[in-house]
Ligand binder design. Structure first.
Ligand code: MTE
Ligand code: MO
Length: 226
């Protein structure tokens, strides 16, 4: 799998002495300067005394590259096993009660980013459409054809949000403008970006894009990374 290879190479480098030496000789400063340059103008870098990473990550691994969504024509569809399927505009999503939380995204490739997210409660969006009793899975589809899913129970128990802001600004296109699933405590591939469709399903074993390619459907973040 092409996403595993960089991880293996990185581990080999770390195990070999030469990588350790180059980190000690000042590359750490170069890394933090590179990180610093990714903060956008007016992006907040601290929340309640804790550091925030830039909302734009170090590289793009999206299945079809960064998507540039036009907010004026964008709609979010909620369909599947609901009483009242329909669409919402971005303004309608923004008009719902909002929640703000500092949460870390952990990608399987080994990097992570702790960002302040602001968005609407997914359960509230789903409740507006009215989930049918047989619905157990929530499928997220995106403008690039990406798919992923989460159990409805997880969305409710964790109070997961669908975010439209990161670090006090609209999401950048790189992080899913206009909407990203903040799949707290789940690996990065559960964090659907550029989400434009939420579908309720009775298929408990539904598998999204990376899940079909062998990544675990539960997507738990290993304790060793937290
Ligand atoms: N629509 C869409 N959402 C997506 C992806 C994608 O390719 N397309 N990649 C996922 C993965 S694997 C991660 S780690 C996060 C962050 O992706 P990035 O590594 O490209 O920044 O977005 C997730 N959401
Ligand atoms: Mo990822």
């Amino acid at each position: 799998m092409k996403r595993i290879l960089p991880m293996v190479l990185a581990s080999l480098l770390l195990l070999s002495g030469c990588a350790a030496t180059s980190v000690e000789t000042g590359d750490a400063d170069a890394v933090s300067a590179a990180t610093q340059s990714r903060y956008r103008a007016n992006e907040i870098t601290e929340y309640q005394g804790a550091r925030l990473d830039p909302a734009i990550g170090p590289r793009d691994n999206s299945i079809s590259g960064v998507q540039y969504v036009d907010a004026d024509t964008f709609t979010l569809t909620i369909d599947g096993l609901v009483d009242a399927p329909g669409t919402l505009t971005l303004d309608q999503v923004r008009a719902l009660d909002f929640y703000e939380r500092r949460i870390t995204l952990y990608c399987v490739e080994g990097w992570e980013a702790t960002i302040l997210w602001k968005g609407a409660l997914l359960d509230e969006l789903i409740a507006k459409a009215g989930a049918k009793p047989e619905a157990v899975t929530v499928i997220f589809s995106s403008v690039d054809g990406y798919t992923t899913s989460l159990p409805l129970a997880t969305i409710r128990e964790k109070g997961l949000i669908l975010a439209y802001e990161a670090n006090g600004l609209d999401l950048p296109p790189e992080m899913g403008y206009p909407l990203i699933v903040v799949a707290e405590e789940k690996l990065g591939y559960k964090w659907g970006r550029w989400v434009n469709r939420i579908t309720l399903s009775d298929d408990a074993d539904y598998q999204g894009f990376w899940e079909q390619r062998g990544f675990s459907n539960s997507a738990e973040v290993p304790d060793s990374r937290k």
